[in-house]
Design a protein around this ligand. Structure first.
Ligand code: NAD
Length: 502
């Protein structure tokens, strides 16, 4: 098994043109597969000098790239999209090998990269500024959007490639260059993406330095965080990481885009279509083995239907196949590492101590790798453990009597990423989406909390960090805005009617 996994990783890297990038027999950065915990290869982490050089090269490339017209910058992203399409299966294989995603989800993640490239190419002709009415005669008031600089992308293990592409495709059409520090748990997918982008740059004649990859754990990321040549730090990961990164970037007046942890909930109201709700809940809570930032972690169900919903969910949970994510019919792959199981087991213990009942799941399978059955836990109240994000498949179920109570419970957590309501009552649905409804960056009706499309802005409030990436007008975070006043008259009227001298 182990040697065939290694061979598969080598084959995918070779296909992406990255076979000879970064390997080192005695390297300290170890690429492992959660499929059985074995080592895929060893790599050298980037040392401080290499990180500084990477920033320098991206910084130099920026001075050229920013003057290339945006639609021409789009040509590079279009080529990247073509290469991603060509290598969709190779990249998906690496995502499965490194992050443990089932094949369909791994392919979906690469499709998301292709989609954002298409979006960014369109955007490259639509970086619109406004023209405003000037209060002065013979004057024009407008805004222009300019490239920002080097974007430092720090990404998490659970979306090892999509998050990079959300940032990079937009940054490139916006005229920025990128230095990427992927999760130390998923270096191989990053090496493959970097090779594909370098090839795209060669194919279209873009400067090689538009993208640089640096590898290693947190301290490598910290160098991007502290370097004034990095104009924007886009960091995706835990709240713990964001607590360090945010203030450090702010201290040097850099820009920060934080995409941090979630503790996502769905409300199931009495009129809900339960067939649909149960399917959506199972995908959101157990899919990706509960390792999405948008995974459903809390289910708030009306008291009149909570027993029925729990019974139906337990039936569905018992049918979930857990195992090798490349096998047909398997819906739940492994957790990324041992610590994830330790966190899950500890959360379940605390939930029991708080009076919770584990209805089903929560067990570890006896095989190499960290394979667990998703846990469904009935809780008497939203205790401290429920208010925390445990990055594993644990779904807590709580009851409610009134919609006000459900919304209060829903919002009473430190995080604010994704949310959903299941109801056929329009008043309830609209209330959930209203100003005094869900306080999350994503609020859905009759659809689960996970699986967002790239067209909308993605991100969340409170401890989730406030950043927005991907679609809508998220591109504005990657540019700087200049307000321009042009006087085409021969007079010099001052604003607000101010007189100064004759
Ligand atoms: P993590 O915080 O352990 O690591 C994320 C990245 O930050 C890694 O590249 C890591 O090396 C880097 N890092 C860690 N400490 C750092 C520091 N001090 N300075 C600079 N970089 C540092 O997170 P993880 O375990 O890889 O991912 C899971 C977490 O990410 C969950 O909390 C999940 O909710 C969150 N996440 C959020 C989103 C989102 O869009 N909101 C998306 C994916 C994952």
């Amino acid at each position: 098994m182990t040697s065939s996994l290694r061979a598969r990783a080598e084959q995918a890297l070779r296909a992406c043109g990255a076979a000879d990038d970064h390997p080192a027999a005695d390297g300290e950065l170890i690429a492992r597969t959660p499929l059985d915990g074995s080592v895929l290869c060893r790599l050298n982490p980037s040392n401080p000098e290499q990180v500084s050089d990477a920033i320098d090269q991206a910084h130099q490339a920026f001075s050229r790239w920013r003057t290339v017209p945006a639609p021409q910058r789009g040509v590079l992203v279009r080529r990247l999209g073509e290469l991603l399409t060509e290598h969709k299966a190779d990249l998906a294989d690496l995502v499965t090998l490194e992050a443990g995603k089932v094949t369909s989800e791994a392919l979906g993640e690469v499709q998301e990269m292709i989609d954002i490239c298409e979006f960014a190419v369109g955007l490259s002709r639509q970086l619109y500024g406004r023209t405003m009415a000037s209060e002065r005669p013979g004057h024009r008031l407008m805004e222009t959007w300019h490239p920002l600089g080097v974007v430092g992308v720090i990404s998490a293990f659970n979306f090892p490639v999509a998050v990079w592409s959300w940032n990079t495709a937009l940054a490139l059409v916006c005229g920025d260059t990128v230095v990427w520090k992927p999760s130390e748990l998923t270096p191989l997918t990053a090496i493959a993406c970097d090779a594909l982008l370098r090839r795209a740059a060669r194919d279209v004649g873009a400067p090689d330095g538009v993208h640089r990859l640096v590898l290693g754990p947190g301290p490598v990321g910290e160098q991007l965080v502290d370097d004034p040549r990095v104009a924007l730090v886009s960091a995706t990961g835990s709240v713990r990481m964001g607590r360090t990164v945010g203030p450090r970037v702010a201290a040097r007046f850099g820009r920060c885009l934080l995409e941090l942890g979630g503790n996502n909930a769905a409300v199931v109201a009495p009129t809900a279509d339960l067939d649909l709700a149960v399917r959506a809940v199972v995908f959101s809570a157990a899919g990706t083995a509960g390792q999405r930032c948008t995974s459903l972690r809390r289910l708030i169900v009306h008291a009149s239907i909570v027993d029925t919903v729990v019974d139906r969910l337990a039936d569905a949970y018992r049918q979930l196949r857990v195992g090798d994510p490349t096998e047909d019919g398997v819906l739940v792959g492994p957790l990324i590492r041992e610590q994830s199981w330790a966190a899950m087991a500890s959360a379940l213990e605390r939930a029991r101590a708080d009076g919770g009942t584990v209805v089903c799941g929560g067990e570890r399978l006896d095989r190499a790798g960290v394979y667990v059955t998703p846990a469904l836990v009935r809780m008497p109240a939203q205790t401290e453990v429920v208010r925390e994000e445990t990055f594993a498949p644990v779904l807590y179920v709580l009851g409610y009597d009134t919609l006000d109570e459900a919304i209060a419970l829903h919002n009473d957590v430190p995080q604010g990423l994704s949310s959903a309501v299941f109801t056929l009552d329009q008043r309830e649905a609209e209330r959930f989406l209203a100003a005094d409804g869900s306080d999350c960056g994503i609020a859905n009706v009759n659809i689960g909390t996970s699986g967002a499309e790239i067209g909308g802005a993605f991100g969340g409030e409170k401890e989730t960090g406030g950043g927005r990436e991907s679609g809508s007008d998220s591109w504005k975070a990657y540019m700087r805005r200049a307000t321009n006043t042009v006087n085409y008259s021969d007079q010099l009227p001052l604003a607000q009617g101010v007189k100064f001298g004759g």
